[in-house]
Structure formats: C-alpha cells, structure tokens
Design a protein. Structure first.
Length: 130
C-alpha cells in the first residue's frame, strides 16, 4: 500500500512538469508551415516532395542528410534530412527528383550528403550535391 501511495504522489507531482515541457515543445513549432505534411510520425519517405509546403519560386534551399534510397530509373533519391530552416521544415525523410541524373552518382545508400534543392513546378528538385 505504501508503494502505491508513493507512486501516486510522485505521479501527481510530475504531471505539471510534463505539461509544461509539452507546451514548450509545442511553442517551438509556432510559425512552422504544416500545410501538406503527414503528421503521423513525421515520416515522409513515401510522400513525394511535391506534397510539401511551397516557398517562393526558384528559391534554393540547403539540407544535410543520409541517403536512404536511390532510384536511377525514376531519377529520384530518398533522403532522411535535418531541419530546413528556409522552408520551416522539421527533420524528415522524403523523396526528391534530381535535376540531372548524373547527380545520382553522388548519392549512395547510407552516404551523408549536403545538397541544394529548389521548387520546380509541383516537385522539389536537387540541383547540387556535396
């Protein structure tokens, strides 16, 4: 009975702290453009980049990430990238088209890359890779 009472007291005292922490995390997301994003775990690996929020036409953006998949036939590369501040995007995994299929040689599954991409029509296209 003492253990149950102690656990109840600990939980009662911890709940307000958890609530404050959760609110702080939500406050960190203010201003994030969430239009078109799959909120189920933020895993975008099966979503084409065309479904992502739109920035101004032909503005380039930089991202760093790890290559998950290269599809030479379709000219697509899937990258688990970090946050993209210029787009207000959180870290996620998504597929990009490549501007030139020769860029695919710079991608390889598991490889860390830094790449520049831009909006092209309804897609986001990798323009250069480091």
């Amino acid at each position: 009975m003492k253990k149950f009472a102690l656990a109840t007291i600990v939980l009662t005292l911890a709940l307000p702290g958890v609530s404050v922490f959760a609110q702080q995390k939500m406050d960190d997301m203010k201003g994030m453009d969430m239009k078109g994003m799959d909120m189920k775990g933020m895993d975008m690996k099966n979503k084409p980049a065309a479904d992502m929020p739109v920035a101004s036409e032909h503005t380039t953006h930089m991202a760093k990430g790890v290559v998950k998949k290269v599809d030479a036939k379709s000219g697509m590369v899937t990258v688990a990238h970090g946050p993209v501040k210029s787009m207000n995007w959180p870290a996620m995994t998504m597929a990009f088209k490549v501007k030139d299929k020769a860029l695919l040689d710079k991608f390889g599954a598991g490889k860390e890359v830094e790449f520049e991409f831009a909006k092209d029509g309804k897609s986001y296209v990798v323009e250069s890779v480091k």
